[in-house]
Design a protein. Structure first.
Length: 158
């Protein structure tokens, strides 16, 4: 049993169910509190906080944001139970329509932001809008602000 369950979602094919659980005293690790993601009854690691749970369009992959350390402000993106490098803040995970690519935004120290696409970082910007893939999954587009200029960035997905 869990203290709380939230952010319940079905996979696009309606075959899988995922949700976020809150632990106040984990039976697996006594004394540990936090949140975990459960996909089809299988529990993931416990983190201080998890959110933005999302399935890939083909329903085979799951991604979400996890907070490792609130005091240090260390976040990671979790993709199929694997952690990305630690970042200052992570937001807006987006799968490509073919489910082969994952993009998200990272806020670096100093407040600058960049996009991570398949574990590759873009350059730094003052602000980055939520990325979007083209319907054929060949391009990723997002808006940026750098100094006092606004730009649309469209990059080829390789």
């Amino acid at each position: 049993t869990y203290e709380q369950v939230s952010e319940l979602i079905f996979s696009p094919d309606s075959a899988k169910l995922a949700y976020i659980t809150e632990w106040r005293n984990s039976p697996v690790s006594p004394g540990l509190s936090g949140e975990a993601v459960v996909v089809d009854g299988r529990e993931g690691n416990i983190y201080e906080w998890v959110g933005k749970l999302t399935f890939s369009p083909d329903s085979r992959q799951v991604a979400y944001i996890a907070l490792l350390d609130r005091l240090k402000r260390e976040f990671v993106m979790i993709l199929n139970d694997k952690e990305s490098p630690k970042y200052g803040e992570v937001r807006d995970p987006v799968f490509s329509p073919d489910s082969q690519h994952l993009a998200y935004i990272v806020q670096a120290s100093g407040g600058n932001e960049f996009v991570v696409l398949d574990n590759k970082k873009s350059q730094l910007y003052d602000f980055v809008s939520t990325p979007i893939f083209s319907s054929d999954s060949k391009y990723l587009a997002y808006g940026v602000k750098k100094d006092n200029e606004l730009w649309w960035i469209v990059e080829e997905v390789k």
